[in-house]
Design a protein around this ligand. Structure first.
Ligand SMILES: Cc1cc2nc3c(=O)[nH]c(=O)nc-3n(C[C@H](O)[C@H](O)[C@H](O)COP(=O)(O)OP(=O)(O)OC[C@H]3O[C@@H](n4cnc5c(N)ncnc54)[C@H](O)[C@@H]3O)c2cc1C
Length: 462
């Protein structure tokens, strides 16, 4: 019942923290009320990518002729596509169970609540409460789909991401509210499978955190695939009384009514800060997130928080990195603070989007004199061989010292390429060093080297 470290929540924040803690010799327990792996493995990163893979394979089958193959008419049973995605998620969750055993971490199933005196009370599914004590308590309870007051989710006609990942039937039409990574990925999946999709975005651009040129290019690409996109538009109300849903959408030209089988609300997340004992212990929150310092200590000594519950980027790799930093600091190791300016962000629609660092607008706002280089994938041999030439690479360097300020990519496979920019930026690599780093041919990654060369007037293939 006494542990060095108790972790609450087993998402990519919690389970990674627990493994690192066990590696460092701490007696560790992890508490989970639902499924090991949290949102990421069960209802987020992994099952969405499984659905998108099915959609991509379906797309390739239907475009077999583009590759010199005989024409094929792809077909599918929607429940089987969902079942594959659920199977992938379940397999990953089982993998976490194995990792917990391997690292001798006690898994406690139940709902946790922190208490004063570094105690945690856990209520199991039969309502039985047990108390545990930890020298250090790390809260990683994550987040859930955010609900807007004018877009209440009933789980049937107005749904969140969990239902979108497990619908029993494919809707004929869908309105996706919000065009961040989650909204755009679902829009791409459902559209590719044949659902008529309309995306409604409040901001002037879709994927609003991305560089404007990337957002504009993605909008064009998605429109070409048949997705209808409305920017500068907001859903004011929904009427679910009829067979489908009628959504009143405010646009610059006035209100219009859209009709669809289903509305997917993808307007962000709300942190799980309720009923976990924060007020009783005196842990401070602000704007719905737990406040922490750079070592993830909350306002009360001995209690820490990481992942989606704190006000940093809500991404799986951020949650994991925060957990590792947190326990290494507890151990007394010499730890580097996380550089939140060097976190890659990826959207796995088709074409994919990946970026790290400053956008062109941000770089200019910060007063940098910049050199910008771009390279279209239509000039890449590998992208042409792949039949995926839609997209480009954009790199931004500081004109004075050559610092790589930002890398923005759109195209097939770019989510697997962005790590190059992350490492290079971490090592303070300059533009010229990128140009002189020989990239393998033929790969799409050559486009990064060429984009860097374009910034310095040395590009070869355009
Ligand atoms: C549809 C979707 C797609 C996504 N795709 C990506 C992606 O491609 N890449 C990416 O980086 N991120 C992605 N994310 C975001 C990513 O899933 C989150 O950033 C990540 O899961 C956060 O990890 P976490 O450990 O903080 O919390 P979570 O993963 O939310 O885990 C928290 C865990 O705590 C448990 N818990 C909560 N309260 C209690 C309690 N009182 N007692 C015990 N257990 C409790 C929950 O059951 C849950 O298992 C996606 C999210 C969604 C919704």
């Amino acid at each position: 019942m006494n542990y060095d470290i108790i972790v609450i929540g087993s998402g990519p924040g919690g389970y990674v923290t627990a493994i690192r803690a066990a590696q460092l010799g701490f007696k560790t327990a992890i508490i989970e009320k639902e499924s090991l792996g949290g949102i990421c493995l069960n209802w987020g990163c992994i099952p969405t990518k499984a659905l998108l893979k099915s959609a991509q394979v379906f797309h390739y089958i239907n475009h077999a002729e583009d590759y010199g193959l005989n024409k094929v008419e792809g077909s599918f049973e929607f429940p089987n596509v969902i079942q594959r995605s659920r199977g992938v998620a379940n397999k990953m969750s089982k993998g976490i169970e194995f990792l917990m055993k391997k690292n001798k971490i006690d898994v406690i199933l139940g709902t946790a609540k922190v208490q004063k005196g570094k105690k945690v009370s856990v209520t199991d599914k039969d309502g039985k409460a047990t108390e545990y004590t930890g020298t250090h308590i790390i809260i990683a309870t994550g987040a859930r789909s955010r609900e807007l007051p004018n877009l209440p989710q009933d789980g049937k006609k107005v749904i969140g991401y969990r239902q979108a990942l497990s619908l029993p039937e494919q809707p004929k039409s869908m309105i996706v509210v919000g065009s961040g990574a989650i909204g755009v990925e679902f829009a791409d999946f459902y559209n590719t499978m044949g659902t008529k999709v309309t995306v409604v975005e409040f901001m002037p651009n879709i994927v609003p955190v991305e560089d404007e040129e990337i957002s504009k290019h993605l909008e064009k690409s998605l429109k070409k695939t048949g997705i209808e996109i409305m920017t500068n538009a907001s859903v004011e109300s929904v009427d679910t009384s009829g067979e489908g849903v009628k959504a009143t959408v405010k646009t610059a030209k006035g209100n219009i009514t859209l009709e669809a089988d289903i509305v997917l609300s993808a307007v962000g997340i709300a942190a799980n800060i309720e009923n976990i004992g924060l007020e009783e212990v005196g842990i401070q929150t602000d704007k719905g997130r737990v406040l922490v310092n750079e070592w993830y200590e909350t306002s009360v000594p001995g209690y820490y928080a990481i992942g989606d519950i704190i006000p940093t980027q809500a991404l799986a790799h951020v949650a994991s990195a925060e957990g590792i930093t947190c326990v290494e600091k507890i151990k007394g190791m010499h730890v580097e603070k996380i550089d939140y300016g060097n976190i890659p962000g990826c959207t796995y629609c088709h074409p994919e989007v990946a970026s790290v660092g400053l956008t062109e607008k941000q770089a200019k706002e910060k007063g940098y004199e910049i050199k910008v280089g771009k390279f279209p994938l239509s000039a890449s041999g590998k992208a042409t061989a792949n039949g995926n030439t839609d997209g480009f690479i954009k790199v931004i360097f500081d004109a004075k010292y050559g610092e790589w300020l930002g890398c923005h990519m759109i195209g097939e496979g770019v989510t697997d390429m962005v790590a190059e920019a992350v490492v290079a930026r971490k090592l303070e690599t300059t533009g010229h060093e990128i140009i002189k780093s020989i990239h393998p041919h033929p790969t799409v990654s050559e486009a990064i080297m060429e984009a860097a060369a374009a910034a310095y007037g040395e590009v070869i293939h355009i």
